[in-house]
Design a protein around this ligand. Structure first.
Ligand SMILES: [Fe+2]
Length: 203
C-alpha cells in the first residue's frame, strides 16, 4: 500500500471516535482477510494507545504502518492467524511453511530495512510483532519484558482483531475474547493492554 493511501486510511481511522462503529464497518467490508485484519489491528491499536500517556502521533503512525506491513510474507488466513508455537505445531502446514510462519517477522524486518524511508521504530515493531526479540518465533514468558510497551500493545490488538474477524457474523462476547487473549498472553505485562481494549468497548 502506497504511503499516500496509508496516510488517508490513518486519517479515517484516527478521526472515528467510536471504535464500535469503525470495527463494524471494517467487519462488513467485503475485502480479503489480510486487508481486514490490517485495518482492524490498526483501528484497535490506535484506539487503545490513546489511553496511555506515552502515546503520540509518531507512535500511532508506527502502529498504522506496522499493521499493514508486518505479515507481508504471509498470504493466507491460516498462516496469519497463528500466534504461538503451540498453534504452529498443531497446524497442518508443511515444514517449509512452518519455517516461513516462524520467521516471517524477521523476514519482513530484513526486507523493509533496505528501504531508507521507514523509521527504526516502525521496523522494530514489525520485527517484534509476535513478541520474539529476534523476530523468529513467538512470545515467551521470560522475554515479555524485553519488548517495548507499544510492541505489547500491538500484539494484544492483533489478537483481538483476529478474534473479531473470526467471530460468526461479528457477534462477539468481549469478556470471552479477553479471557482467550489472557490465556495466550498470560504474562502480567500484557494485562494493561487487555484492559485498554475492554475500556474501548465500555466507553
Ligand atoms: Fe505475524
Amino acid at each position: 500500500m502506497a504511503q499516500k493511501t496509508i496516510d488517508s486510511v490513518f486519517e479515517e481511522i484516527d478521526s472515528e471516535k467510536d471504535i464500535k462503529i469503525l470495527l463494524n464497518k471494517i467487519f462488513k467490508e467485503n475485502k480479503d482477510f489480510k486487508y481486514q485484519s490490517s485495518m482492524m489491528t490498526a483501528a484497535i491499536s490506535i484506539a487503545m494507545v490513546g489511553q496511555f500517556s506515552w502515546s503520540n502521533n509518531n507512535i500511532k503512525r508506527d502502529l498504522m504502518f506496522c499493521s499493514f506491513l508486518h505479515d507481508m510474507f504471509l498470504s493466507n488466513k491460516d498462516k496469519i492467524l497463528i500466534q504461538s508455537e503451540q498453534q504452529l505445531n498443531n497446524s497442518f502446514l508443511t515444514d517449509k511453511e512452518s519455517v516461513l510462519v516462524r520467521e516471517h517477522a524477521k523476514m519482513s524486518f530484513d526486507f523493509l530495512e533496505r528501504s531508507d524511508n521507514i523509521p527504526q521504530s516502525t521496523l522494530k515493531l514489525v520485527k517484534h510483532h509476535h513478541g520474539a526479540v529476534s523476530g523468529i518465533g513467538f512470545v515467551q514468558k521470560d522475554l515479555s519484558s524485553a519488548i517495548s510497551e507499544v510492541e505489547k500493545l500491538f500484539i494484544i490488538s492483533e489478537s483481538f482483531s483476529h478474534q473479531l474477524l473470526s467471530s460468526p457474523k461479528g457477534k462477539v462476547n468481549i469478556n470471552r475474547m479477553a479471557e482467550k487473549t489472557e490465556s495466550l498472553y498470560s504474562d502480567k505485562v500484557f494485562q494493561p493492554y487487555i484492559e485498554a481494549f475492554l475500556k474501548c468497548f465500555k466507553s
